[in-house]
Design a protein. Structure first.
Ligand SMILES: *[C@@H]1O[C@H](CO)[C@@H](O)[C@H](O)[C@H]1NC(C)=O
Ligand SMILES: *[C@@H]1O[C@H](CO)[C@@H](O)[C@H](O)[C@H]1NC(C)=O
Ligand SMILES: *[C@@H]1O[C@H](CO)[C@@H](O)[C@H](O)[C@H]1NC(C)=O
Ligand SMILES: *[C@@H]1O[C@H](CO)[C@@H](O)[C@H](O)[C@H]1NC(C)=O
Length: 955
């Protein structure tokens, strides 16, 4: 352990010796001798002082304390006792962040979401909110007017900039209440990681501002999603992690600022409120606990460390209060200076109500323990972050200290990644809202790409949160929680002029900003705009309020009527006179699509049959999850639930299959009836061995119909994780090794089993690969490594032809964030690409050239690949995304400017995977999904799933 920092020794007042550092020190030295020794020195000192005490000068009190300093301390007392209130919005001449010289702006003809209900309406009632046609006038960094025809009604400065929104939706800037942008810059570099101060567990004294890199590109990428404000929190490895700061996403002169600095980014330059990150649960005990050396080793130890910290802060608070009371009676009463300890200053300020507390806690015991602490030490909790189980225990949250229960800062549907994230619900937002609590959606960037935070809100709406509450969950909700509710999150006079004009309703699929203003300054000179027709804003769909229960198996035949859309290319279609289709299903198979009169008549008069009327139904193929750990894992970070990590050991996915999991049931509910999964190489998102193609509804690997391909492909990984493997310490070694394996296979007997080698050995599969019988899937992101793989393909094919063969490698790239840079080469080489993620944001160095899309980049990788004619699919780099597969395809469709049509978009998550792997597609009449609404729209829901098992599952 390091020595205490110098300020510890020089801290003023009598409390310098209080605290864990002193405690840990004492433990390390033999005590008795020291005590005796120190005692003697002290005695000598007192005696000396007694003999030589000088008369204090007039600048000092009788006790020899500096009067000037005491006066300063006394003044500090009133600062210490100040309780902040939320800073005002209306009434300001100008925004303190306003940079002189910036011109006023009139945004005319927008469709505006003000964020407020109509007057006198109950703010929780959805119908009192609406989109309104209006102009918005910005001046001095403030919203000055919101109303119709402002250019006629008001005298505007002659140099006012005019932006014509042409009827597009306009909202306040999106607010992300949980981000690590700047402290975890992207692409991730070891040298730039400043999220957590891991030296010890209780670090209230560190500050995220000290590590925010203004030039982190991610700060810009995030803004391009309409996010103008973020709370930059320290990480969650410490029970008390340090101070957090609210920043705006405008950096330097290019963004209209005076200078490039963190101070310039602070959302409230006056620093009215302070913020602090705390955490409980798995992290602290796993990061810090060391048996016999230091805690916490358990949640028990964590609570103790937290309570001891609060107790220390409480003691300092009392001593300060006593000092201030006495000093107020006259400085001569002061026995010392104002007690103060920089180590505990921020935590004392929490107790003084000056610091807003944000706590990372997932589970019921964690939430309950912290609510206990809040009552024991009397501090408010502004929000529980992650809070996966909060929806189960609203009454616990309501018991927290103070009059205002904590909000819950959530992901919409990211879960399962660790034990404490296992119990969770996509309906959590709705449940919390229905209990009178506040759900807020956050990114935890870079865990989620905060650029798409508005998609979290859209999913909140999809999962039953009222439309206005979903929008509030990323605007006025977090603004209010940050104590900035009079300045941010609404489009109202007096508010900071952070504005987004969207190309479509912000809660619609693929919504993208056309322009973003921060403090009244437009952020893009020449933003890329997607080719998207103007559409009406969403009319909230009341049906979404119904939570979907478990499906039932249909007993008899079923006919769906009112199917208005068939998103498949493979079957005949004759619609009924009204343009809709009937879809008749018998024994889990579609037997008719079209008019289907006889099936309908039979169903209507048959007791065991049913007819289900859809308002606006849709029929699509069922979806396939490629490249996830579905079927091989239940909880990512829990080894006992996982198939494990292969490293260089070759294995087959089929041998690790573990079915009937929560993940697989969820997949099935969301129309994903099949998955193709391989063992992991070194960790999440890496692949090695052969993948198995299986039915997500199967109960075991030997149940009939469970598998559709025992070995679907042979997988290797060539992303950055390759260097974590001992056998291939470099990219060059890994590429060379793969080439060597393939050339060896060519040199061997082309497709027969070699003597002494089983048909299931790596060598046998490699020989199938070089015989063109088995696809080779490489997980890779960097375009440089992709180029190396393409060269290898040429070399191997040359060797094949020299050996008299004619086979071509069937090559598929997985991951492929930089594939757009080689799109035409990939098309020429007939290489298939599975994008995982669909929308990379350059998390790692080998993805840094990813395209983040409009308004920053022209198109994304999927557009470039499809334009070049590459067979493309969407894969899963994390399992939770399985719920969103159809949404991702819908985003690709919506934002493609017409280049990807609807059936092709569905093909990205079904047909194309089979095409590139050379596998037989599932039969469309057996593997299908019936949706209520269009799967290309945010408010669609799965109504029935056919999965090839002979049963129809109906919701
Ligand atoms: C910006 O810089 C100008 C000129 O140096 C100065 O007058 C102004 O106060 C600065 N504004 C802010 C918000 O820092
Ligand atoms: C506002 O925009 C809509 C959609 O582009 C257009 O139809 C309308 O004419 C515009 N109104 C005005 C006053 O410009
Ligand atoms: C954007 O990319 C498309 C191809 O995807 C191309 O046709 C178009 O010219 C590009 N536009 C700009 C402004 O570069
Ligand atoms: C039905 O869905 C289509 C898209 O598939 C959409 O354009 C249309 O507006 C929807 N109609 C209704 C009544 O919801």
């Amino acid at each position: 352990m390091n020595e205490p920092p110098p300020y510890w020794a020089t801290a003023t007042g009598t409390n310098a010796s209080v605290g864990p550092k002193n405690w840990s020190r004492r433990l390390r030295y033999p005590r008795s001798r020291w005590i005796r020794c120190v005692g003697l020195i002290f005695l000598a000192w007192v005696t000396y002082l007694h003999w030589t005490r000088p008369t204090p000068p007039s600048s000092h009190t009788a006790r020899g304390l500096s009067i000037q300093r005491l006066q300063k301390d006394l003044a500090t007392c009133s600062t210490l006792r100040t309780k902040p209130t939320d800073p005002i919005g209306l009434g300001r001449e100008k925004n303190a962040r306003y940079v002189d010289g910036h011109k006023a702006t009139l945004i005319k003809n927008a469709t505006v979401w003000t964020g407020e209900p109509r007057e006198k309406a109950d703010p929780r009632l959805g119908e009192s909110y609406s989109w309104v046609s209006a102009d918005v006038f910005l001046e001095n960094g403030l919203i000055k007017h919101v109303g119709r025809s402002l250019s006629q009604l008001h005298e505007l400065p002659s140099d006012t900039l005019v932006y014509d929104a042409q009827g597009r939706p306009l909202t306040a800037g999106i607010i992300d209440m949980h981000s690590h942008a700047g402290v975890h810059s992207l692409p991730t570099l070891h040298g730039n990681e400043d999220v957590s101060e891991l030296s010890t567990n209780i670090t209230p004294y560190v500050r995220s501002t000290d590590g925010i890199h203004p030039l982190d590109r991610q700060i810009q990428a995030i803004k391009s999603g309409g996010v103008t404000t973020s709370l930059i929190l320290p990480g969650s490895s410490n029970n008390i992690g340090g101070e957090a700061f609210v920043i705006k996403h405008a950096v330097g002169t290019a963004d209209g600022r005076n200078e490039t600095s963190v101070a310039d980014m602070l959302a409230d330059p006056e620093r009215t409120w302070r913020y602090m990150k705390m955490a409980c649960g798995e992290n602290a005990k796993h990061v810090h606990g060391k048996i016999g050396e230091r805690g916490p080793m358990s949640r028990l130890g964590e609570s103790w460390e937290i309570r001891r910290a609060f107790e220390t802060a409480t003691r300092i608070l009392r001593e300060q209060e006593d000092w201030c009371d006495m000093a107020a009676l006259g400085l001569e009463h002061a026995k010392g200076y104002l007690p103060y300890d920089i180590e505990w200053e921020a935590l004392v300020a929490v107790l003084r109500g000056q610091v807003q507390v944000h706590i990372h806690c997932y589970t019921i015991p964690d939430l309950e323990a912290f609510v206990d602490h809040s009552n024991e030490f009397e501090f408010k909790i502004r929000a529980f972050h992650h809070a996966h189980q909060a929806y189960l225990v609203p009454q616990i949250l309501k018991r927290a200290w103070g009059d205002d229960p904590p909000a819950s800062a959530l992901f919409a549907d990211n879960m399962w990644y660790k034990a404490e994230a296992y119990i969770s619900s996509e309906y959590a937002g709705k449940h919390l809202y229905d209990s009178g609590l506040t759900p807020i959606y956050v990114s935890d960037n870079p865990i989620l790409n905060a650029q798409h935070l508005v998609l979290e809100a859209a999913k909140g709406y999809r999962y039953g949160l009222p439309y206005h509450a979903a929008l509030a969950a990323v605007t006025s909700g977090p603004a209010e929680r940050l104590g900035l509710g009079q300045r941010l999150g609404k489009v109202k006079p007096g508010f900071d002029a952070d504005i987004v004009v969207w190309d479509s309703d912000p809660l619609s699929v693929g919504a993208t900003p056309m322009q973003v203003w921060v403090d009244g300054t437009a952020q893009y000179e020449d933003p890329v705009k997607l080719d998207k027709p103007l559409r009406d804003t969403i009319v909230p769909n009341e049906k979404l309020a119904k939570i979907i229960e478990d499906p039932v198996r249909a007993n008899g035949d079923v006919v769906f009527t009112g199917v208005s859309e068939i998103l498949s290319t493979t079957h005949p279609r004759t619609s009924r006179p009204d343009g809709t289709f009937n879809v008749a299903i018998s024994a889990g198979k579609i037997v008719c699509v079209g008019v289907c009169d006889s099936e309908l008549q039979t169903a209507l008069f048959h007791a065991s049959s049913s007819v289900i009327h859809l308002a606006n139904g849709s029929l699509t193929p069922a979806f396939t999850a490629f490249g996830s750990t579905l079927g091989l894992n239940a909880v990512e970070s829990e080894k006992v639930t996982d198939n494990g990590v292969d490293g260089e050991t070759f294995s087959r996915g089929i041998d690790g299959l573990a079915l009937d999991t929560n993940k697989l049931h969820t997949s099935h509910r969301y129309g994903v009836t099949r998955a193709i999964s391989s063992p992991k190489f070194v960790g999440e998102g890496t692949h090695h061995g052969t993948s198995v193609g299986f039915n997500t509804a199967a109960s075991s690997s030997i149940s009939p119909g469970a598998l559709f391909s025992e070995d679907a492909a042979l997988h290797y990984t060539l992303d950055l994780s390759i260097k974590r493997s001992g056998d291939t310490p470099s990219i060059s070694a890994a590429v060379g090794r793969l080439r060597h394996k393939l050339l060896n296979a060519v040199a061997g007997n082309l497709s027969d089993t070699k003597a002494g080698e089983s048909q299931f050995s790596e060598g046998a599969f490699l020989r199938k690969v070089v015989a063109g019988e088995l696809p080779l899937v490489i997980t890779v992101h960097s375009s440089d490594v992709i180029a190396a793989v393409l060269r290898t393909k040429v070399e191997v094919e040359k060797a094949i032809s020299e050996a008299g063969g004619r086979a071509k490698l069937r090559l598929v790239l997985n991951g492929a964030s930089e594939a757009h840079l080689l799109a035409s080469d990939l098309a020429t080489a007939r290489v298939g690409v599975v994008l995982a993620p669909l929308l990379s944001y350059g998390v790692s160095w080998d993805q840094r050239r990813a395209l983040t899309g409009a308004p920053l980049t022209n198109a994304t990788v999927v557009d470039a690949l499809i334009s070049a004619g590459v067979v493309t699919a969407i894969g899963l780099e994390e399992d939770w995304i399985v719920r969103d597969l159809s949404l991702l395809a819908a985003i690709a469709y919506t934002n493609s400017g017409g280049k990807i049509d609807a059936p092709e978009a569905m093909g990205l998550i079904s047909r194309n995977i089979y095409k590139m792997l050379g596998l037989e597609e599932p039969k469309w009449f057996e593997h299908f999904v019936v949706h209520e609404g269009s799967p290309l729209q945010i408010d669609s829901r799965v109504k029935a799933v056919g999965d090839g098992t002979g049963h129809l599952h109906i919701f």
